[in-house]
Structure formats: structure tokens, C-alpha cells
Design a protein around this ligand. Sequence first.
Ligand SMILES: [Zn+2]
Length: 522
Amino acid sequence: MIILSIIVLLPNIYYVFYGKHSILSALLLLILSGLFFILPAIFLKKRIFFIVQGLIVLFAPLEAAHIYLNRSPATSAFLLSIIDTNQDESFELLSAIKFPIIIAILFFAFYFFIAFTKISNTYFFQSTKIKLISLLVFIGMIVTGYSIGYNKKIYPYDMILRTSQVFVAKEEINKGKEIMKNFKFDAVKNDSIDERELYVFVIGETGRYSSYSINGYKRNTSPMLAETKNLISYADFDSEANITTSSLPIILTRASAWDYKRSYVEKSFVDAFKEAGFKTYWIADQSANNKFIRRIAGDTDKECFHIVNFTDTTNLDEQLWPSLDKILARNDRKALIVLHILGSHFRYNYRYPPQFEVFKPSLKGAFDYALISAKNKELFVNTYDNSVLYTDYFLAKTIQKIDSLRAVSALVYVADHGENLFDTKENIVFHGGSDFTRYDLHVPFFVWTSDEYNRQYPLKAENLEQNKDKKLSAHHIFYSMLDIANITFPGQVLSNSIASETLQADSVRYLINTNMEVEKGF
Ligand SMILES: [Zn+2]
């Protein structure tokens, strides 16, 4: 019985020793895990008890994998990525840890063999009085544990809670679809200028503000953007989530971290551009399995998804240019084009061609996951920096293409979230953990405008420049994009627009964490 109990409690024991917490909370966690574990023993016969607990063992590898990657129990975002089997970062990371399936099967077989053959089918407690007293004691202790939030950390109750949250959210999104069908912003263009107007919105991936030389990084990672005329880099812009799937709805809709469910029922600024008479386009080499994205892209005038393979160098962002060129050749009088790029998506070494391998030594191929260690920080940083150098090239060249059309135009670039590269003393790497850092959230945010734009909208151009040091976050994007294009709608709030002189900086920034809870940011 002791061996079986230890097996059931393995994820908890692993978390107590490997997770991030003080000795006191480790001790509390251990005691509470034990209590939660023993609770069913009051009512169940021994063998049934271990068989029921054995079902929990089947899901232990998932919990253990998340603890291994993030030093914290499985989050809603992680479970959602498994349920949806989407090509999200956490899923990619999970699938990369090839859990030795044969060992797992042997392990489960051993567990159930012992449970069936060695455990007698009698009750732990015979007397009803003892049962009742222990039940009361347990309830008291568990209520205490629950009230201080430990229920969210104790396996398997944490996973049951998170999984049910995922299904509730999916249900809400499904219900929202019906409301969204009839949703309208009543957006209109504020003027009727004759010039050709072209707006480009680039959604970057895994961008670290501090890794761009244009933002003061010591390495020359953004030489081409530094030479680009009329380009503004915003100094203090944070994403409102540290994972792609949660961040994109806040960037594209009126939702914010504290008002996230709005993205279930309202459309995006891309839809608002269409209402205002613009042709809209979506060109991407990622997020093909993201239903939120596919709805928006599917409602544009044309969507182009180019996904070759995430896990080799056939998916370079420049493959989007032929589609972009074709769309530009259509000569639409008013158009909005969204480019959703792979940027610095893990694995960084697959994001750039050989001539961008400037910072060495760098990571090679589908590297061994045993390399994920702070002692390899230099390798990670070098490879990441090479991917920034390539994004610099991609963005600057895209701006040159747009600029050559001599249209009234603007290009806005923002990364969905940042990345950790062993920056803090906890040596966090990647993003999407339940403990976020500023490196997860502080992202590069660039706005470029053409000379023609600056002549047409001099006040907006001046405001864009004036607002570049203000404290901003992802919910500003929606209002800003429409205002930059001089589109208005009844719900417009100009104090959220970077093109407005009335822009209000954030006093407090919020974010939505990987368990879909609102927290204060930086
Ligand atoms: Zn992302």
C-alpha cells in the first residue's frame, strides 16, 4: 500500500521538491496533498480506493511534464493546447519531450497488478463513528487549504479544476459565435481622400523589447530598422498575456485582460476596416489551427496561409512576400493587410537563413532538450539574436515595398509576447509559465508612416511621435489602428489611441495569466 500511495503522489512530491516555493509552503503542500489523497479512503474499500487513485496515475505524465518545463502545475492554457492539439508553443514543447511510452505502460501495469492482487477488499475504517470524525477533520483541513488557494496546486484536483475551466470557456466561446455573427461596429471612414491608402499590421512572434539594438541593446540586431525613416519604436509597451492564444484576442479585439470575454462576442479591428470600406487581407505562416484567428482571416477578402513546417527552415517569414506582392498589385484604393509572422518562435535557429547566422556559437537542428539549461544561455541568446536580425530584415524590406507605392500608408508591428532567456535569478527560459516576468510581456512595438501619410494626417503623425514613451499595453492597439486610418465608430475611445493627443497612459497594467485569471502586471 505504501508503494502504491507513493506512486499516486509522485506528481505532488515532484512539485514539492522541484516547484518554486518556500519551505513552509512546500510543507503545507505535502500535508494537503496527503490529506486530499486519503480522503476517499474513508468511504472506499482498499482495493477500490487504489483502483480509483490509479486512474489519476494515468494523467500524471502530463502534470509531471508541465512541472518539469515550468516548475508549476499544469495550467488551463497548457491543457487547452492538449485538448485542441494545436501547434501552440506548449504543445510543441510537450511533444518534444518524448515520454518513454513503454516504461509508462509497464509502470501502469505494475500499479494495477499490485492493486488487484495484493490489496484486500476491505474498508480502512470499520466504525461509523471513526469515519464521521475523520470526515469532519478532513473537511476542516481541506476547507483551510482551499481558502488559501492550495486546491489550485494539488494534483489531481488542480487538473480537474483547470480542465473544467477549459470546457466552460469553450462553451462560452461557442455561445458567443451566435452573438458575433450579427455584431457590427458601424465603422466609417471619417473622410474621403482620393489617395491610395494602405495599412499593414504585422503580428510578431516571441519578441523581446530588449533584444533590439533600436531599443538600446548592445548588439547590432536591428541595423535596417535603425536606418528606416519615419519609424517610431515605443519604449514601454506590454503584452497582456504571455502566451499566443490569450494575447492575440487582446491585440485584435476591444477585449483587454480585465475584459477578456469581450473577444468571445465581438469582432476585430480587421472586421471594422472592412465595414469602413477597406479591402482586407490576412497573410500568415502560423496559427492555422487557431479558431479565433481562422474566423477573422476567413472573413477577410482573401486569406493566404503558408505553413510548410515549423520544425525546419522551410517556413521563413519571407515566403509571405509573393502573396503580399500579388495583393499590392491589385491596386486597391483602400486596403488593410495583416501579416502574421513566425518571428522568433521557438526553435529560433529555424527562423533565419544561413547568412543571418551572425552571433555564434548558435543552436543547430532539432537540438537535444537536455540543452535547456542556464549554462547554455550564450547559445540561446546568440540564436535568438540571429532571429531578431532576420525580423529586422523582414520588417525593413516590407516597409520598403509599401513605401515604394507612394501611398498614404502605415505599418504597425507588435509582438504577441516576449521571451525569457535565463535573465532572472530563477533562470526562466521561454514564455507561458504561470509566473510571468517582464521579459514575457515587454515587447517591441513599431509604427512606420509614409511621407504621404504624414502630409495627409500631420496631427496624427505628430501624436504618434509624442506618445512614444508612454506606458501602454495591448488593449491600445484596437483603438489605435482604427484611428491611424481615420476610421471612426460609435464606441471609439480616443484616449486609447496612440494617434490621438488625448491618449491616456496606463496607470496600472493588467494581464491575463495562463489560468485565465487577471493579475496586475508591471
Ligand atoms: Zn506567441
